[in-house]
Design a protein around this ligand. Structure first.
Ligand code: TRP
Length: 452
């Protein structure tokens, strides 16, 4: 059996399709919902600098490593490790990825459900004429409830499962290709509106002026977790997608382009949010509800705001879908290839299991808000464990695998597509994979856990 053939596997049809699908996975709630609220809780500018350093130094190398493993292994995350390292425990990285996928899918669908509610609020013009306090109250009333948050969450999970059922090319690629550019245009318009609000300057300096007094080991860990979450790395999503990429495509270029696009969109979201936070006298450290309490205020101050609000929340839902399908695909690819289940059965079972866990996440803002473990409710606990612990740990093992376990000729062969491309920065890359990235991830992870 050839390790590099794509013969009978479903795959992406074009380079453009790969970029869109990978960027579609990376760009999602992580950029527009999670990034601003984590920046807000972490004190602003200094966090941003550390975040950017992590994207460049760790994010791009981990992404490239995942692609390398996937395209070489031609299997799901777990199967690729089994194939490249037979009878070795490396496949446990894949197992960890599947656990992380369930956790992320669960809390991701909570927030995507909130987004759907905001589509419906926008349609009924619910923000019109409301003060920032009233907009805040509206959010509190909704997200501490039971029926609607759960209903929207299930609706989102059903949409995710439905797309996954139609397969890679017809499903993932088709949806990812079309709509993302619109979201970018809309964000630019919103950012322009936000920075021209009176009193917005303070928001820009919050985001861009580093205040190193705000930095501690928890903030550094949060930056690492956010970098991994936003790039969709550390749990095998991009190993899985890598296995659908054809040999003719340049993995290095794709990694750099996708990381760049993802980062620019996060910053754009920051530029839309923080000026508005300060202009409306809100609190940047407001937590996971931040975009839902801030953005409706911007729409109110825009000509055509009614339509902008609808289009924005619809596009955000689609961005969330192109990400959630990439998480569910990790589990489904594993179940179909390793457990030999039909795609249909695997999708339904995985989506139902994730929806079950998701119920506890959603209710942790309402009914279950007093159920906490070391100060975190279910939502916070799953988010912290998956994003800040499992993803970095997965990333650490992934760079060690590519840097030390795979032979460097195999890595060079994948990265140069068998000599088709010059692997210009190969020596630098290997040095980063062998030494810099593992040491940096280990220090951040173990330091914040108090292990060193
Ligand atoms: N990166 C996506 C976002 O920013 C979420 C996501 C998709 C993800 N696949 C992932 C996060 C894999 C971690 C791991 O919204």
């Amino acid at each position: 059996m050839s390790l590099s053939g794509n013969e009978s596997r479903d795959g992406f049809s074009s380079r453009f399709g790969i970029i869109c699908a990978t960027a579609g996975s990376a760009i999602g709630l992580g950029n527009i919902w999670r990034f601003p609220y984590i920046v807000g809780e972490s004190g602003g500018g200094a966090f941003l600098l550390i975040y950017l350093a992590f994207i460049l130094l760790l994010g791009i190398p981990v992404m490239l490593s995942e692609f390398t493993i996937g395209r070489r292994g031609q299997r799901n995350a777990l199967g690729s490790f089994k194939r490249l390292a037979p009878r070795k425990p490396w496949y446990l990285v894949g197992v960890m990825g599947i656990v992380a996928a369930f956790m992320i899918l669960a809390f991701y669908s909570t927030i995507a459900g909130w987004t759907l509610e905001y589509v419906s609020k926008a349609l009924t013009n619910a923000f019109a004429g409301k003060s920032p306090e009233e907009i805040n109250l509206m959010f509190v009333n909704f997200h501490t409830g039971t029926f609607w948050p759960l209903l929207w969450q299930f609706a989102f999970m059903a949409m995710t499962a439905w797309i996954i059922l139609s397969g890679v090319q017809k499903g993932i690629e088709k949806y990812a290709k079309v709509l993302m550019p619109f979201l970018v245009v809309l964000l630019v318009i919103m950012a322009l509106r936000a920075i021209t609000l009176p009193g917005s300057g303070e928001g820009l300096s919050f985001l861009f002026r580093p205040n190193f007094a705000a930095i501690d080991s928890g903030v550094v860990l949060a930056a690492l977790g956010q970098a991994f979450f936003s790039l969709s790395i550390g749990m095998g999503t991009l190993i899985t997608y890598g296995s659908y990429i054809r040999k003719e495509n340049n993995l290095g270029n794709i990694s750099v382009e996708v990381s760049l696009a993802d980062t620019l969109i996060a910053i754009l979201a920051g530029v839309a949010i923080f000026p508005a936070v300060f202009a409306f006298g809100l609190d940047p450290a407001d937590g996971p509800g931040l975009i839902f309490t801030v953005l409706p205020n911007i729409f109110q101050q825009m000509p055509g705001g009614y339509f902008f609000a609808i289009v924005f929340f619809v596009l955000l839902t689609i961005a969330a879908l192109t990400s959630s399908i990439s998480i569910l695909e990790v589990v489904v690819a594993y179940m179909t290839e390793e457990l030999k289940l039909s795609r249909r059965k695997a999708t339904i079972m995985a989506a139902m299991a994730a929806a079950f866990v998701g119920v506890f996440c959603t209710l942790s803002f309402g009914l279950l808000q007093d159920v906490t473990i070391s100060g975190l409710h279910v939502f916070g606990l799953l988010d912290f464990t998956a994003s800040n612990l499992l993803l970095p740990l997965g990333g650490l093992l992934i760079v060690l695998f590519v840097g030390w376990y795979l032979s460097s000729s195999v890595v060079r062969d994948e990265i140069s597509s068998g000599g088709m491309f010059k692997a210009r920065f190969f020596a630098v890359l290997m040095f980063v994979l062998k030494f810099i990235a593992p040491v940096a991830i280990a220090i951040v992870l173990f330091d914040s856990l108090g292990i060193i």
